[in-house]
Design a protein around this ligand. Structure first.
Ligand code: FAD
Ligand code: NAP
Length: 508
């Protein structure tokens, strides 16, 4: 993110798009854009970018881009889809840039089929890895049909019925299948069941033949990787078919190639955590099965002044449980978000206006953190700045409950003032209760009464607090906070001799 000039906030951009000004220079006309034509618009004062087959004139948006003009210019005159997906595929550009739409990209001849089907075979254990990767690019049509057939034979779903139930069965062949890897939404006869397999996703998406009740059950046979989605028929009639396939039905593709799916959740409570931070409790719809994995975030979507705005948030627990005898189970019904309300924040101001009972759209989870990183460590060090504490909540709980090989768990929590410290009391209680856990608060703008540590993230502070419990102990350091805090922190850690593999930075 770069500092934007005054009058160049997202709200200012939304106002400009509603002003009726011609932002494309084409007076509302939509045109077909060839690659050649696109490439001519590659300057700051005349910049077009292609995203998913559509071309936008982003010249008027330059000064409003939170990532800066130079970032936007990287895609000038080209298809920027890959770059966009790498940086912020969750940003709703269709809504934000709709007034900048120049037209569609001219259709190119269709190339070789994607490697998805081959990847499916790979996961189904049908093909050895080398063969798949080597042959994915140049499939002849005959081979394509052959592999497609294999795909449907080995990686697919089945369904059956009783008088009152419909059961959809997916055989994933994944040994460690679990509830976090299955996301189901069933509303108004539309069923969407997504199975996450590493960085890929398999989808069952059907317009059901008949009505079902709101409740959905998911059964997982973890060892064999069998997933059952169980629906209750509204009427005791025999179904001739499951329903009509929808767009993404029976596909196995990279997760990043799937659009973000949202469902409406109800705000059930909002409680104060500090003077500016609140704990929002959202309730998932009855037909949804969704558990957000430790270390992952979701996106919230609101319509603000007629434009869809999306921001990421990291679910926490309702509180830090002190009793770690039982591994905590997510109830599968509620999502808790700890959110700081900024006095000039576009999204958080709108969020704060929500009333109990209002709805808000919540996406599927995303994020690159893997629990296995913790399971193989002896020391876990968590560096948090402000609300950068949020990913640490579930992580702490997981580490202290389920990872017995960890010798030390230490949270180093940076805040401006004492009043800004989130869940200070709970953290102190936790430290008293658990020998393995230690917390250190560091304030950058303390009052004169503060007797604790003060300062900003720095090499010297980190060398004081970030230490291995033994000379060669395996360490994992997780860091999250304002972007410059995280970036500088990672650099200091590297300067102190920690390797990239020992550091996980939470980012979007
Ligand atoms: P914005 O309108 O973006 O502004 C935020 C503040 O910055 C305001 O005070 C504004 O005046 C100021 N500001 C805006 N632009 C500039 C600028 N160019 N120069 C200087 N100041 C500026 N937040 C949480 O509270 N809880 C979470 O759990 C959480 N999880 C996150 C997870 C991820 C992966 C990421 C990337 C972020 C997360 N965030 C979280 C931050 C969240 O996504 C939003 O960025 C945050 O809520 C602010 O949104 P906003 O629209 O209200 O603020
Ligand atoms: P804040 O209160 O403004 O700052 C928290 C601490 O970080 C303060 O001590 C502050 O010191 C310090 N800090 C701020 N900017 C710094 C910088 N440039 N260099 C060094 N130290 C700096 O924080 P906040 O308002 O809660 O914001 C939290 C941030 O975390 C947001 O940007 C949010 O997007 C991010 N976040 C990310 C994720 C994720 O998963 N990626 C999750 C949650 C939150 P001073 O300001 O006094 O210098």
């Amino acid at each position: 993110q770069v500092p934007l000039k005054p009058g160049r906030s997202l709200m200012d951009w939304i106002r400009l798009t509603k002003s009726g000004k011609d932002l494309t220079g084409l007076k509302g006309r939509l045109i077909e854009v060839t690659e050649d034509e696109l490439s001519k618009h590659n300057k700051k004062e005349d910049c077009w970018i292609g995203i998913r087959g559509f071309v936008y004139n982003v010249t008027p948006y330059m000064e409003y881009h939170p990532g800066g003009e130079d970032e936007l210019m990287k895609a000038a005159g080209t298809d920027g889809t890959d770059l966009f997906d790498q940086v912020h595929r969750w940003v709703n550009y269709e809504s934000m840039l709709k007034e900048c739409l120049v037209g569609r990209m001219a259709v190119k001849p269709i190339g070789a089929p994607k490697a998805n089907i081959l990847m499916a075979l790979l996961f189904a254990g049908v093909l050895p890895e080398k063969k798949v990767l080597a042959s994915s690019k140049d499939l002849t049509p005959r081979k394509y049909i052959f592999f497609s057939l294999l795909y449907f034979l080995f990686y697919s779903y089945d369904w059956f019925q009783t008088e009152s139930l419909i059961t959809i069965v997916i055989y994933t062949k994944q040994k460690d299948m679990n509830a976090e890897l299955v996301i189901v939404d069933c509303q108004d006869k539309q069923l969407r069941g997504e199975i996450i397999i590493d960085d890929h996703s398999y989808l069952v998406e059907v317009d059901l033949d008949h009505a079902v009740s709101e409740d959905v059950a998911v059964n997982i046979a973890e060892k064999v990787g069998k997933v059952e989605i169980i629906l209750n028929k509204k009427d005791d009639i025999h179904w001739k078919m499951l329903g009509q396939p929808l767009e993404g039905h029976n596909t196995f593709i990279k997760r990043t190639d799937r659009g973000l799916f949202y469902r409406k959740c109800k705000l059930v409570s909002k409680t104060e955590v500090t003077h500016d931070t609140k704990l929002f409790c959202l309730m998932l719809p009855k037909g949804t099965h969704l558990c957000v994995p430790t270390g992952q975030h979701i996106y919230l979507k609101q319509i603000i002044a007629g434009t869809e705005v999306v921001k990421p948030y990291t679910p926490v627990l309702p509180f830090l449980p002190l009793d770690f005898k039982e591994p905590p189970r997510q109830d599968g019904v509620h999502i808790y978000l700890m959110i700081k309300i900024y006095s000039h924040g576009l999204f958080t101001q709108a969020l704060d206006q929500l009333q109990i009972g209002d709805n808000i759209s919540v996406s599927n989870p995303e994020g690159s953190f893997k629990k296995s990183q913790v399971q193989t460590s002896e020391d876990l060090l968590l560096l948090a700045g402000g609300t950068g504490f949020t990913p640490m909540v579930k992580l702490l709980n997981f580490a202290l409950t389920e990872v017995s090989c960890l010798r030390t768990v230490k949270l180093i929590f940076f805040n401006k003032t004492e009043d800004d410290i989130l869940w200070r009391n709970q953290l102190e209680q936790l430290a008293l209760k658990h020998e393995r856990f230690e917390v250190q608060f560091i304030l950058s703008q303390p009052s004169k009464d503060w007797v604790g540590k003060q300062g900003k993230i720095s090499s010297s502070l980190l060398s004081e607090f970030v230490k291995r419990s033994r000379r060669d102990s395996k360490v994992l350091i997780c860091i999250c906070g304002p972007a410059p805090f995280t970036e500088q922190g990672v650099q200091y850690l590297k300067d102190l001799g920690y390797s990239q593999e020992e550091i996980h930075a939470f980012t979007a």
